[in-house]
Design a protein around this ligand. Structure first.
Ligand SMILES: *Cc1c(COP(=O)(O)O)cnc(C)c1O
Length: 390
């Protein structure tokens, strides 16, 4: 195998996808509740996405950011209109969006001896060295130190720890409103309000990493819309292109600090990906679509909650919209055992650490597909209960 070993992959080779289903080389059909890790927001082979790719690729794929292109202009306008922020920068991935946001914070503090960036324990912000430096999980960091300097970890939902670490040397604090990779952990409103208050008091930027939780996944277009707090900077990626690689970060007036030459990205927001992203944003920002996400998310969460009493190793169900987590008792079972066993049911699921199963289907998932998911999940858990005598 000449592909580098970084991913431990399943022995599955997919050749086609349709909506919430994936098809293996041998013809087997899988119910896909991974959605390319919360990326394929509109499902596989979405008609509108296919059409946008076809049409745009016949006209123009890439021109660099030396010139204007209407697709990019329109997309920026839409994101700003949906959020009341000021301006948008386009890149290709989540980690790049975070890098840009961190640079905004550093530039914001420039000249005032404000360089410190705070981040939360158990967070995940990406694999490049800057984003990694504010990722509060030792397992991702350990081989790569020293990471960037003057960053400090704050305990999740711990107001006292926050108060201890926040001062006027802080230029920014980065927060996932709902931690994805770290286990679908919701930030407390009280904690978030305190962060906002201390950011204002100390003149620091509040950065939200909505790479996983944004673009409709919680039933609101932006995840911050579930809270009373509006961040200065919002990073997004994953669902933004429903499969084509696009990331972005968006700033309000206060954080609109970049000037000519301060940042760049060769591929960032090229005509092809922004043509697709316009379709994605138009579809998802529709109130009816977002309402459906809420309704389906609630339906799915209720079903999962009703399973809590049936299985001793399910400790709780967390999340909002279609960003849900099943908390496991790891003394009894780890997420990877369930994920592997689910393959026998032709079901694709993903973990968030060893103790949580993440449930992140396409936002276009149907109620019938949710029912099918529940049946397959129960069959999986039943066979584990039998085998392990749990
Ligand atoms: C996936 C993810 C990232 C990193 O995105 P990449 O596109 O893999 O670089 C950053 N933050 C959060 C919250 C994520 O879920």
């Amino acid at each position: 195998m000449t592909i580098m070993k970084t991913y431990k992959r399943f022995d599955l080779n997919f050749v086609k996808g349709e909506g919430t289903y994936l098809y293996e080389k041998n013809g087997d059909e899988y119910l896909d509740f991974v959605a390319g890790v919360a990326v394929n927001a509109l499902g596989h082979s979405n008609e509108k996405v296919i059409e946008a790719i076809k049409k745009q690729s016949e006209k123009l794929i890439h021109i660099s950011n030396l010139y204007y292109d209407d697709n990019q202009i329109m997309l920026a306008d839409k994101l700003v209109e949906l959020s009341n922020h000021e301006s948008v920068f386009f890149c290709n991935s989540g980690t790049e969006a975070i890098e840009g946001a961190l640079k905004v914070a550093r530039k914001y503090g420039y000249g005032n001896d404000k360089t410190k960036i705070l981040y939360l324990k158990n967070s995940f912000h990406g694999r490049t060295l800057g984003a990694l430096s504010v990722t509060g999980q030792e397992k991702y960091q350990k081989y790569y130190k020293p990471l960037i300097g003057d960053v400090e970890e704050v305990e999740f939902n711990n107001i006292d720890d926050l108060k201890n670490k926040m001062d006027d040397k802080v230029c920014g604090i980065i927060v996932e409103p709902i931690q994805g990779e770290g286990g679908i952990n919701l930030i407390d409103s009280d904690f978030l309000n305190e962060i906002k208050m201390l950011c204002d008091k100390n003149d620091a930027l509040l950065i939200f990493d909505e790479v996983q939780s944004g673009i409709g996944r919680t039933g609101k277009f932006f995840a911050y819309q579930n809270y009373d707090v509006v961040p200065d900077v919002v990073a997004m990626a994953k669902g933004l292109g429903s499969g084509v690689p696009i990331g972005a970060f968006m700033v309000n007036k206060k954080a609109d600090v970049f000037d000519y030459g301060d940042h760049g990205c060769t591929f960032g927001g090229n005509p092809l990906v922004t043509a697709v992203s316009n379709v994605v944003v138009d579809t998802i920002s529709d109130e009816l679509f977002l309402n459906e996400v809420k309704i389906k998310g609630k339906y799915l969460k209720d079903k999962l909650q009703s399973m809590e009493s049936e299985y001793a190793f399910i400790k709780g169900i967390r999340g909002i919209g279609l960003l849900l987590g099943i908390q496991l008792d790891i003394d009894m079972i780890e997420s990877k055992e369930i994920i592997e066993k689910a393959l026998e049911q032709k079901l694709l699921i993903i973990g968030a650490g060893v103790d949580v199963i993440r449930v992140v289907p396409a936002l276009t998932v149907s109620v019938e597909e949710i029912d099918e998911f529940i049946i397959k999940l129960k069959n999986t858990l039943d066979s584990i209960v039998l085998e392990k005598k749990l």
